[in-house]
Design a protein around this ligand. Structure first.
Ligand code: NAD
Length: 273
């Protein structure tokens, strides 16, 4: 941060590049929108061939005066070579990458007794290895361009607790792994080395239950789940994706320059009682 410069005033510098995986819809898209509104040049990466209708509506809301933009790139985070190529291209176009939100994730509800090794591996591949490789591919570019970047892993409160009655052993463990990963990467990348590399902050975000396409599918699979989850936190309701926009801005901007290796829990009090 420059001397005398207010952290919040220079929250996001206009035109700086951000990458959001899982940005075709849901939570990733809402967090991407927050960065665009603050002037960020945001690349939404997702395995879907084309983004959700929700993305088109977000695109229509982008005002040129903000100085930001929203772009969609199809990418499966499990394709590490393609991930590295795309990060390299984005960095080359923008003199680096300022921030990454890794929100791409999958969920599967299956009793632990029936889980196949193949399904466990699939879950960990996307929710853990995909997140790790996303951070690595971005950090390589941040090192190269000497960006003091910020990386946020979208974990979950499910990485800290078992959700009462929800048969999601592999998902919850994958989120616990991501919370721990952020601590280790923060340890390796946060300080600025003699050669000028580093200064990359790494944190995780642990949301409670939010209404997104992923969760609407859970509601279809488990009758009564919407009501159970609504009553399971202190607010007595589910979250909207827009309630995480502030967290995206906070974690990606100079508002959080001394925060690294942390896990930000925003769950309506779910894990607090
Ligand atoms: N909805 C919730 O209640 C909740 C709570 C806590 C954490 N989360 C986490 O938030 C993140 C976003 O979830 P959401 O609820 O918006 O779900 P969602 O299913 O609506 O969005 C997830 C996105 O990730 C993409 N994706 C999945 N696998 C991918 C891959 N291999 N490569 C690229 N993209 C891939 C999907 O296509 C989808 O667009 C996930 O990591 C999820 O675990 C969600």
């Amino acid at each position: 941060m420059d001397d005398g410069e207010d952290a919040l005033q220079q929250c996001l510098r206009s035109g700086v590049a951000f990458v959001v995986t899982g940005g075709a819809r849901g939570l990733g898209l809402a967090m991407a929108e927050a960065l665009v509104e603050a002037g960020g040049k945001v690349y939404c990466l997702d395995r879907l061939p084309s983004p959700d209708d929700e993305y088109q509506r977000a695109l229509e809301r982008v005002v040129p005066e903000w100085g930001g933009s929203l772009q969609y790139k199809q990418l499966d985070v499990n394709d590490t070579a393609a991930l590295n190529r795309l990060m390299e291209d984005i960095a080359a176009e923008n003199e680096g990458i300022q921030g990454v939100i890794a929100a791409a994730g999958i969920q599967q509800l299956t009793p632990a007794i029936d889980y196949t090794a193949e399904d466990v591996n699939k879950m960990l591949q996307t929710n853990y290895t995909g997140v790790f490789m996303t951070a690595q591919a971005a950090a390589r570019q941040m090192f190269k361009y000497k960006n003091r970047g910020s990386i946020c892993f979208v974990a979950s409160m499910s990485g800290t607790i078992a959700n009462k009655g929800l048969l999601s052993a592999a998902y919850n463990s994958s989120k616990a792994a991501v919370i721990q990963l952020s601590r280790n990467l923060a340890m390796e990348w946060s300080s600025v080395k003699e050669n000028g590399e580093g200064g990359i902050r790494v944190n995780s975000l642990s949301p409670g239950h939010i209404v997104t396409p992923m969760v609407l599918k859970n509601f279809e699979e488990v009758p009564g789940l919407r009501e159970t989850w609504s009553q399971a936190n202190m607010m007595g309701r589910l979250a909207e994706t827009s309630e995480f926009k502030g967290a995206a801005l906070f974690l990606m901007s100079n508002a959080s320059t001394f925060m690294t290796g942390s896990n930000l829990i925003i769950d309506g009090g779910h894990t607090a009682w």
